[in-house]
Ligand binder design. Structure first.
Ligand code: NAD
Ligand code: ZN
Length: 344
């Protein structure tokens, strides 16, 4: 089968021919219907050899959808041909966190070397993929896999981030979204459908600012040091109750801190390696800082239901598997609007 693999440190991913995998006991093989292109893939492919821990060659794709194609020995309660989305942050299924569906915070994953598809295990950018347990599949029903595959990360991650701050997003509150890319444009829509907060978006690209208001932001400002003043002016001088930072480099983290009001949440989702001073005199009183990772299994059901109720419309640019390297090049050059989706 064809697959998109990261094979050499520092080189772009390549389309290669590899053996079609067979599902082992307890596993499920999917015929892939769609796979999303995430900035985290770009991030891991930018790491120098001594920091790269995901194995080579790596079949990319941690946002996956497919139809159930073959069942490994002992797999029950799953029908061939069912259209499913893949829950990516695989855990052990046995620990306290996994018992609550929070496999993204499994306490045993590191110990047992359990790695997400596309981030250590073979991912969804291939004609077929192996899912290690039927537990990691969520039925898509009549949701279009191409339009909705990215909800497994670009939807689930902001959904989980926003749910953790819902209490602070009451009427009259302001939420700021920094970075209107794959995750950010979905975050704006989730905020609009789940809260009555005012939503302000920041980005460095003019096109993304227009995109932000198209998908529901009330206002959008260029992401530059003056943006903190712009946000304060837009909120009677009060500032943001919650800042969702989908970049989280030094510039955006400083900016976020400068626009927070007391008791706010600064939520760091991006993998940029900024740092923040904390403490009574360093930041607005009682600011909480969170750095959420992905989301829980039940939250994936919830985010798909939100899409079913037309609360989310992922803006997709579709590429074939042969053209997948081009999707990564466009992502790298910030030339994508919404999410690139690979259809094998
Ligand atoms: P993307 O490339 O689709 O979007 C990034 C957006 O940020 C673009 O619109 C870009 O113009 C904008 N941007 C860049 N620099 C900026 C700045 N200084 N100020 C404001 N905007 C700026 O990326 P994505 O796939 O949406 O991923 C966003 C981030 O989230 C990445 O760092 C990714 O690795 C991370 N991520 C984290 C998790 C998690 O679980 N925490 C999950 C998925 C992705
Ligand atoms: Zn991702």
């Amino acid at each position: 089968m064809k697959a998109l693999q990261y094979r050499t440190i520092g080189q772009p991913p390549e389309v290669v021919e590899i053996e079609t995998p067979e599902p082992g006991p307890g596993q499920v093989r999917l015929k892939v219907t769609a796979a999303g292109v995430c900035h985290s893939d770009s991030f891991i492919m930018s790491l120098p050899e001594e920091q790269y821990i995901y194995g080579l060659p790596l079949t990319l794709g941690h946002e996956g959808a497919g139809v159930v194609d073959k069942l490994g020995e002992g797999v029950e309660y799953l029908e061939l041909g069912t259209s499913v989305a893949v829950y990516g942050p695989w855990g052990c299924g046995l620990c306290y966190e996994c018992a609550q569906g929070r496999e993204n915070y499994c306490v045993n994953a590191a110990k047992y070397g359990i790695l997400p598809p596309g981030l250590g295990s073979p991912g969804a950018m291939a004609e077929y993929m192996i899912v290690n347990s039927p537990r990691h599949l969520v039925p898509l029903g009549d949701l279009d896999p191409v339009k909705n595959v990215s909800l497994t990360d670009a939807g689930l991650t902001p959904y989980h981030a926003i749910k953790g701050s819902l209490e602070k997003l009451h009427a009259g509150a302001t939420a700021v979204v920094i970075g209107v890319g794959g995750l950010g444009h979905v975050a704006i829509q989730i905020l609009r459908s789940m809260t009555s907060a005012r939503v302000i978006a920041l980005d460095v690209s003019e096109e993304k600012l227009t995109f932000a208001t198209d998908v529901g932001a009330h206002q959008a400002f260029p992401s530059e040091p003056g943006a903190a003043v712009a946000v304060r002016e837009a909120t009677n001088g009060e500032g943001a109750n919650v800042v969702f930072d989908f970049v989280a480099n030094q510039a955006t983290m400083d900016l976020g801190q400068a626009m927070m009001r007391a008791q706010g949440d600064q939520v760091l989702v991006g993998v940029g390696a900024g740092t923040l001073p904390v403490g009574l005199m360093a930041a607005p009183y009682e600011t909480s800082i969170r750095s959420p990772y992905w989301g829980s299994r039940s939250e994936l059901y919830e985010v798909l239901d939100l899409a079913r109720g037309s609360g989310i419309d992922v803006h997709t640019e579709v590429f074939s598997l042969d053209n997948a390297p081009e999707a990564y090049e466009k992502l790298h050059n910030n030339q994508l609007l919404g999410r690139a989706v690979i259809v094998p």
